[in-house]
Design a protein around this ligand. Structure first.
Ligand code: PLP
Length: 411
């Protein structure tokens, strides 16, 4: 693949500014280190024409790789045909995506489309309150969880440090230690409308739940009359080796939220609920201007078709096994955790994962520091064996240097 000259031409055509420090962006993100202009499969090019291997996929978003031809064609076709009509009217792509998602989730449910993961969770929280009725409005989540940045989903997020600057937050949220059934047992009373959990805590450091925990939560929710809602925004759609990660644990949730991979980068999210639960909503209770519009839904329809045809679940399981084995053999890696192609490599004490990620980027590999001590890898589900081997080679070099320079940390 020769991306260089084309990438430079793209940058020139975009009239991209040279100095990113002077762009009028709000300072919500750290200043970017690289400006990407083009992608294809697992490869990205920056404006200088440098090639990078992308083992992060946005943040677990471009599961079919960049610029997948069938998704690109579906988006182009929708752009030529019908981009948007109001949700006062029906459209074919949204209906087809809803049917496919319901089938992949086992059937018997209904879907609300939105534009992001936070919005999918916001819909789930509102549905839980509507379903719970008077007095049963609280949502319990896990410490270390991440559910979004809107005010409600920020409070649902079990990371108190993120709450402080935004108080007062909407009331009605409580947090319990991760994977601790006794702690949940102690707080789920008749004020609790729902328990909301990720099957693998993504932003919390790629920490999978266990089958016993999910089975226990299902039982507890049934016993106490609370909904069991699963946030699959990062884990859904093949990423972990199942269509949805909770399917590893053999439970059927009442509500499932998803987003990231659904449009392969085109913004679309969804909240699925069992039909009896979804029936708590009435027209006017919830809505969004763009959610499920033909352009985004056409992308999602193409994504789901390619995913089914390419058997991405099996691919994620097989490639995840190979990548996991490779990571375990690297210098300075003390633990590898995750499911399928959502993996974290915990580094030896004294090694700064953020610096490792920066050094990897300088060496042409995109990964990120999911915590100060762990790297996250979430490649395209279509990643090739040669690309996995190349990424491991780069990491071996970068981590080897860090290992040699590592201060001796007392045990
Ligand atoms: N839920 C989970 C599990 C996530 O990982 C994220 C984003 O990382 C979100 C919700 C929020 O999604 P978005 O950034 O699309 O609002």
């Amino acid at each position: 693949m020769t991306g260089g000259p084309t990438a430079r031409a793209h940058a020139r055509a975009m009239g991209a500014p040279e100095d990113l420090d002077h762009c009028p962006f709000m300072p919500t993100y750290a200043p970017p280190t690289v400006q990407f202009v083009r992608g294809e499969g697992s490869v990205l090019w920056d404006r200088e024409g440098r090639r990078y291997l992308d083992l992060l996929s946005g943040l677990a978003v471009t599961s079919l790789g960049h610029a997948h031809p069938e998704v690109a064609e579906a988006v182009a076709e929708a752009a030529r045909t019908l981009v948007h009509v109001s949700n006062l009217f029906g459209t074919v792509p949204a209906a087809e995506v809803a049917l496919t998602l319901d089938r992949l989730l086992g059937g018997g449910g209904q879907v609300f489309f939105c534009n992001s993961g936070a919005e999918a969770n916001e819909a789930a929280i509102k549905l839980a309150r509507r379903h719970g009725g008077w007095g049963r409005y609280r949502v319990v989540t896990a410490l270390g969880s991440f559910h979004g940045r809107t005010l409600a989903t920020l409070h649902a997020t079990g990371q108190p440090a993120k709450h402080e600057r935004f108080r007062p937050l909407p009331e009605g949220f409580g947090h319990v230690p991760w994977c601790d059934l006794d702690a949940l047992d102690a707080v789920v009373d008749d004020t609790v409308a729902a328990v909301l959990l990720e099957p693998v805590q993504g932003e919390g450091g790629v920490r999978p739940a266990t089958r016993a925990y999910f089975e226990g939560v299902r039982e507890l929710c049934d016993e106490r009359g609370a909904l069991f809602m699963v946030d699959e925004v990062q884990t859904g759609l093949g990423r972990t080796g199942r269509w949805f990660a909770h399917q590893h644990f053999g439970v059927v949730p009442d509500v499932v939220t998803m987003a990231k991979a659904l449009g392969n980068g085109v913004p679309i999210g969804a909240c699925w609920a069992r039909r009896e639960v979804a029936a708590a909503f009435e027209p006017g209770d919830h809505a969004t201007t763009f959610g499920g519009q033909p352009l985004a839904a056409a992308a999602a329809r193409a994504v789901l078709a390619v995913m089914e045809r390419e058997d991405v679940c099996q691919r994620a399981e097989d490639a995840g096994r190979r990548l996991g084995e490779g990571l375990r053999a690297l210098p300075a890696v003390v633990e590898v955790r995750g499911l399928g192609l959502l993996l974290a490599a915990e580094l030896a004490p004294g090694i700064d994962a953020r610096q490792v990620a920066l050094d990897a980027l300088a060496a042409g590999l995109v990964v990120n520091a999911v915590t100060p001590t762990a790297l996250r890898l979430a490649p395209s589900l279509l990643v090739g064996d040669d690309e996995i081997a190349e990424a491991l080679e780069v990491l071996a070099r970068v981590l080897g240097e860090h290992e040699r320079a590592r201060p001796v940390v007392p045990a």
